[in-house]
Design a protein around this ligand. Structure first.
Ligand code: SF4
Ligand code: SF4
Length: 379
């Protein structure tokens, strides 16, 4: 984002305060510095040279999950997420980023080490154990099939591989030939931490791995947002490729057509609540797609909950664990009040973090990804 673009966004904020009602960080503290309006004011003061970029300002800018809820709520259409990401870039250029954040980012870019650490954490009970999913035999799949790339991303590859198994099962049953690529991290964690050059390098790696004209399906809305935002990083030929990949990238919830599963989709007798991932709702504009899919499974009763963030926010949960857990506790209360047998979501990060919150609250409600729900529903 250029400085002119940032200034335009800052000028568009009319200080109405509509963003307060939807902001997960403001819901915890009620402090003006923790809502979009307050952050834009701080960034404006930095921009005008009225404020120094000190540790206090850095802390203020870090207290945001970049959930984009304020962007949806804002009547002036201020792209708060882009302004905060640009301010964090300036901050990272001038002051670097905290060690914790740097360590997690390094782990994401070294998946073998990250995966080994995740397995250890699973053995110690810190991360959930892998759920076993039945994968249909490969020769049960029709011979003429469209190819799709399944872009799994770091969370599914390293923390919730059961979601990846379920996506493959369901897409193959729906008639697709699923390809896996050795993808790099989508780059969003680095981008949101202010490390734009690193995010750009990851984006370039992914763009080179995705073959021309291929449809890309993700089961992580943050990865889908990341892939769709790649054109912002490049000019020339790579930008053309990024635009093409962005147009061909789909979230699982928007890509799956339940009717393609035909008679193989059975029934599930369950009461489920649906948790909207922030990046599905505010980044991709998906809400009704997941609900329509859930309702396509016979026997399911869908109950609605108020919209609320799970508190994960990727690196935010590492940098501000107690803040993040307080947001998460609120979401767990909603889930308990729904009296659902299971909470379904369409994001591996939300799944992981809701499981953590439910376990911390000594509750037993199951958390499953939309793809896992379908995988269970297949006969
Ligand atoms: S809703 Fe938009 S215009 Fe209103 S205060 Fe928040 S950022 Fe500014
Ligand atoms: S992106 Fe989310 S956490 Fe950040 S200011 Fe907006 S609503 Fe609040």
């Amino acid at each position: 984002m250029t400085s002119v673009e940032i200034e335009e966004e800052l000028l568009r904020c009319m200080r109405c305060g509509e963003c307060q009602a939807v902001c997960p960080t403001f819901s915890v503290t009620g402090r003006e510095g923790e809502v979009a309006r307050g952050k834009l004011r701080v960034i404006k003061a930095l921009f005008q040279g009225d404020l120094d970029l000190d540790a206090g300002v850095a802390e203020k800018l870090s207290i945001c999950l970049l959930c984009k809820a304020c962007c949806t709520a804002c009547p002036s259409g201020v792209r708060v997420d882009k302004v905060i990401a640009a301010a964090r870039k300036d901050l990272a250029d001038r002051r670097g980023i905290p060690f914790k954040k740097r360590a997690v980012l390094w782990g994401l870019e070294h998946p073998r080490i990250f995966s080994t650490a995740a397995s250890g954490a699973r053995v110690l009970g810190i991360l959930p154990r892998r759920v076993s999913i039945q994968i249909p035999s490969r020769d049960a799949v029709p011979p003429e099939r469209a190819r799709v790339i399944f872009y799994a991303g770091c969370m599914i590859n390293n923390i919730t591989p059961e979601i990846g198994d379920a996506v493959e099962t369901v897409l193959e049953k729906a008639g697709y030939r699923v390809e896996r690529i050795k993808e790099a991290c989508c780059g969003i964690p680095a981008h949101y931490a202010g490390l734009h050059d690193r995010a750009k390098k990851l984006a370039e790696k992914n763009l080179r791995k995705i073959k021309k004209n291929r449809i890309v399906v993700t089961a992580c809305p943050t990865c889908a947002v990341g892939l769709k935002e790649y054109p912002e990083f490049f000019r020339g030929k790579l930008r053309e490729k990024a635009l093409d990949v962005g147009r061909r990238t789909y979230d699982f919830a928007e890509f799956l057509d339940a009717s393609k599963l035909g008679d193989s989709l059975g029934s599930l007798n369950m009461r489920v609540a649906f948790h909207d991932p922030c990046h599905a709702l505010h980044g991709l504009g998906l809400a009704k797609e997941s609900r329509s899919l859930i309702k396509a499974i016979h026997g399911i009763k869908l109950v609605e909950m108020e919209q609320r963030c799970c508190g994960f926010g990727g690196l935010f949960s590492f940098e501000h664990p107690s803040f993040s857990q307080t947001i998460n506790d609120g979401r767990v209360k909603d889930i308990m009040a729904s009296k659902a047998d299971a909470v379904v979501t369409s994001c591996p990060g939300c799944k992981y973090y809701l499981q953590e919150g439910i376990r911390r609250g000594r509750q037993k409600t199951e958390v499953i990804h939309l793809a896992e729900l379908f995988s269970r529903g297949i006969r």
